[in-house]
Design a protein around this ligand. Structure first.
Ligand code: NAD
Length: 426
């Protein structure tokens, strides 16, 4: 059924991409990529469970333990508005593959692509009641799901502040939680790196998906000898990033998801200017786009760690650049936020690359490589970026309960309480 669902998603890819673009403002070329990833998620988890096996343990010759894995029950899936369909599939696929039934609560700003799921899951043959979707406001529909005593697992992706509220409510029911939260991920560029590749990756990493991306490399840390030149090249390229109608194939940054979100991102631009950061690209609407949720690709240089734009997740096409003197300072700066989702390291000194990859506080590091994910690998963050891991077997562990059955193989030797000879008494 999951494989069939993947096929059906592929067949509907054009419609899905159009819906996603219309609803979120994502450029359509990138929305097509998200639809393809959604299909891949279902295909991958379908194949993963087919290949899975359960463990057995032999304790000497006397005892055998075998593990029985069971679906945990109803899984509550709460998803954000950025790349909605792909993130929904990222949770749905392993939950269904584990044998759970699900209640999906999509983000209220972007319900459209998810509304295709009931028909798709039905056509794939899922029995009625296995897939359920409830649209609604987070504080109402989402909160009800979290507070429901018959939903033992909540997989949540969204803001750190919402994650904290959910954890508090879930504590009353001792629910299992997977929390994929915010990020402020560093891109560390050493002077000896392949600077062309680092530049391409840094630009794509923060400006693709409209900058509304949890793993966006939104703080670029550059070693001093190449700092000025790197900032210059970044600013030149950012100024040429095509912002406009998300339905056009040539658009690189579309419209931000909502006027409220645009206002929030623009407020951070004002904060950056007021804090004294050097605005080297963007900062305003691009010329000719007088209405709509548009913001030009924005680059701030000379950003210091005490500035709010260095510390807080902006979640839009805005990037901060900061110089560093040596490896120790690079690591210190990389770790100087409350978040710890992803990190990107660029250097041609592989020993240093591995050292820095080990020292940065992040759940995922890309070393001289671009943000490409293998679905088998653990996905998640440290510190305020999350609790738990999804991806591959981690997801299946989350949606299942493992039971160990112990069997004695060679007679049972039990200390015999109460079997001592009774002492005679008067
Ligand atoms: P959000 O926290 O505002 O909302 C996420 C979801 O939670 C929505 O469906 C919303 O309706 C629901 N919700 C809100 N209040 C709730 C409550 N009290 N109880 C239950 N549900 C509630 O997040 P957002 O603004 O939609 O998404 C952007 C955020 O998501 C960013 O911080 C981004 O970094 C994060 N994100 C993280 C990852 C990751 O994997 N770490 C991936 C994508 C997005």
């Amino acid at each position: 059924m999951l494989t069939r669902l993947a096929d059906l998603i592929e067949e509907s890819a054009d419609q899905l991409a159009r819906f996603e673009t219309f609803d979120t403002g994502l450029p359509v070329t990138q929305a097509r990529g998200q639809a393809a990833r959604a299909a891949e998620n279902f295909r991958y988890f379908a194949s993963l469970v087919v290949g899975m096996h359960e463990d057995a343990f032999r304790t000497g010759d006397s005892q055998l333990g075998y593990v029985v894995r069971r679906p945990v029950g109803v899984a509550g899936l709460i998803t954000p508005w950025n790349t909605p369909f792909m993130l929904e599939s990222w949770k749905l696929a392993p939950a269904l593959a584990s044998g759970c039934s699900v209640v999906l609560k999509p983000a209220e700003w972007t319900p459209l692509s998810a509304s295709l799921l009931p028909a798709l899951t039905e056509r794939a043959g899922l029995p009625g009641g296995v897939f359920n979707i409830v649209h609604g406001i987070g504080e109402v529909a989402g909160a009800a799901l979290v507070a429901h005593p018959d939903v033992p697992r909540i997989s949540f992706t969204g803001e750190t502040t919402t994650g904290k509220i959910i954890m508090r409510t879930a504590a009353d029911h001792l629910k299992g939680l997977s929390m994929e939260l915010g990020g402020k991920s560093p891109v560390v560029v050493f002077a000896d790196a392949d600077l062309d590749a680092a530049l391409d990756s840094a630009l794509f990493g923060v400006f693709s998906l409209n900058g509304e991306r949890c793993t966006a490399g939104s703080r670029i840390l550059v070693e001093q000898p190449v700092y000025e030149r790197f900032v210059e090249r970044l600013a030149e390229r950012a100024a040429r990033v095509q912002v406009g109608d998300p339905a056009l194939d040539t658009t690189e940054i579309g419209a931000l998801v909502h006027p409220e979100h645009l206002a929030r991102v623009r407020e951070y631009v004002d904060i950056g200017v007021a804090e004294g950061a050097r605005l080297v690209a963007g900062g305003d609407r691009p010329a000719g786009l007088e209405s709509g949720n548009f913001l030009a690709a924005t680059v701030f240089a000379d950003v210091t760690p005490r500035m709010r734009i260095f510390q807080e997740e902006i979640f839009g096409p805005v990037v901060c650049v900061t110089p560093f003197a040596d490896e120790a300072e690079a690591v210190r700066l990389a770790n100087d936020t409350r978040y710890g989702l992803a990190a990107y390291v660029w250097t041609s000194d592989l020993r240093r690359g591995h050292r820095v990859a080990g020292a940065v506080e992040a759940g995922m590091v890309w070393l001289n490589s671009h943000n490409i994910r293998d679905l088998r690998t653990p996905f998640g963050g440290t510190k305020a970026s999350g609790v738990g891991r999804e991806g591959g077997a981690h997801s299946i562990d989350f949606y299942t309960e493992s039971k160990i059955v112990h069997v004695a193989l060679d007679g049972v030797r039990v200390p015999r309480f109460g079997a001592a000879q009774a002492h005679g008494g008067n």
